[in-house]
Design a binder for this molecule. Structure first.
Ligand code: FE2
Length: 375
């Protein structure tokens, strides 16, 4: 496959095809070209015998002749009619081929640091609940930045659940459908003390880890307790720039995370920085409270600790921190696999009461895709 394009001009017209038997060469009116193997075309046949009306495939890869090739191909009216060596015939839409066969440059990520604090991505809850455009804008911020703030959420217990249901489904855990974040006399989790909490991702000891966290402020009659968020992808980028060796150590070696209480024993092994198939950072897990005893080879341990410390120091840099104090009725949502959150210490006097819950990113992305389809 060839010639990347930078725009998504699916309106480009398929102009010409060349049957090369083992593959098909294609050219569109926007200058894009591509070459696709015959087996790829056969596998993606849109013919009713190959694909149900709902879009799902009706056959298995083992049913395709491994020596499949093209017998004929003819472009006409922006489509291409294809006949395969097994007798199968179908017509591909040129726009569909453009969308799936032409490589596209990955759009740059919107990484951020402290400057985001000058214009927090803030949305009005009533508008988000009532208006598709406002909801789409808020979900786009969470998808692009991994963070958004909502104002005007009713200060009623459990109100955060209906916020999660605006875009997806609540992920119930051993903490319940939602949990209370306030000082408790005998806390099972340090979140329920007045201690400051350094920035972290939640629940790294789960598999899969919760994709989104919502934190809703009901009462903030206290000094201190400011919330802090940090873009973990930006921090990972800085680590890679400052020490490729340390970045490699944290992306190569997994470590255990653990949480245990009277009613739960949760353990998972994961990398602090996970890369996707393109080598892009796809997930951060970082939580000093629940990271376990490293079980790395002794030759690696010292270097790994140095890398872990360097990453922790980067995550604490003021240039990366966005700090704000949640007021009653405010709720923030973070992409828990990208954005770390924490809080400054809470003054002993006064009351502070937050509620938190989890949800997942696929539900949010699905709602966003449906809203974008309507727009
Ligand atoms: Fe947390």
């Amino acid at each position: 496959m060839a010639s990347p394009v930078t725009s998504l001009r699916d309106a480009a017209l398929l102009l010409a095809v060349q049957n090369r038997a083992a593959s098909l060469a294609l050219a569109w009116s926007d200058g894009a070209t591509a070459e696709v193997p015959a087996i790829w075309l056969r596998d993606n046949s849109p013919a009713p015998s190959a694909r149900h009306a709902n879009g799902q495939k009706l056959f298995d890869i083992t049913e395709i002749d491994p020596t499949i090739h093209l017998v004929a191909a003819r472009a006409e009216g922006g489509s291409v009619s294809v006949t395969f060596s097994d007798g199968h015939e179908t017509v591909f839409d040129g726009a569909w081929l453009h969308r799936h066969a032409v490589p596209r440059a990955t759009p740059p990520r919107r990484l951020w640091g402290a400057e985001l604090g000058r214009a927090l991505p803030t949305h009005d809850h009533a508008a988000v609940a009532a208006d598709d455009g406002a909801r789409r804008a808020s979900l786009a911020d969470i998808a692009d930045l991994g963070f958004a703030l909502l104002r005007g959420v009713p200060t009623e217990s459990g109100a955060l659940l209906s916020v999660a249901e605006l875009f997806g489904h609540v992920r119930e855990t051993n903490y319940g459908r939602f949990f209370e974040v306030r000082t408790e006399p005998d806390p099972i989790n340090l979140a329920y003390t007045p201690m400051g909490l350094s920035v972290h991702t939640d629940n790294p000891y789960r598999d899969p880890v919760p994709g989104l966290q919502l934190l809703h402020c009901l009462v903030a009659d206290n000094d201190g307790g400011e919330s802090v968020v940090v873009d973990g992808f930006r921090a990972a980028q800085m680590l890679q720039a400052e020490s490729g060796t340390d970045f490699d150590l944290l992306t190569r070696h997994a470590v255990p995370f653990r949480f245990a209480s009277a009613d739960a024993v949760l353990e998972a092994r994961a990398r602090l920085i996970t890369l996707d198939d393109r080598g892009e950072v796809s997930e951060i897990r970082f939580n000093n409270r629940s990271i376990g005893a490293f079980d790395l080879d002794v030759e690696v341990m010292g270097a790994f600790y140095a890398a872990y410390r360097r990453f922790a120091e980067i995550l604490r840099r003021p240039a990366l921190e966005v700090a704000f104090k949640l007021a009653p009725g405010e709720l923030f949502i973070v992409d828990n696999r990208r954005v770390l959150h924490g809080r400054r210490a809470i003054a002993a006097s006064g009351r502070r009461h937050l509620q938190g819950c989890y949800a997942d990113m696929d539900g949010l992305r699905s709602t966003l895709a449906l809203l974008e389809r309507q727009a």
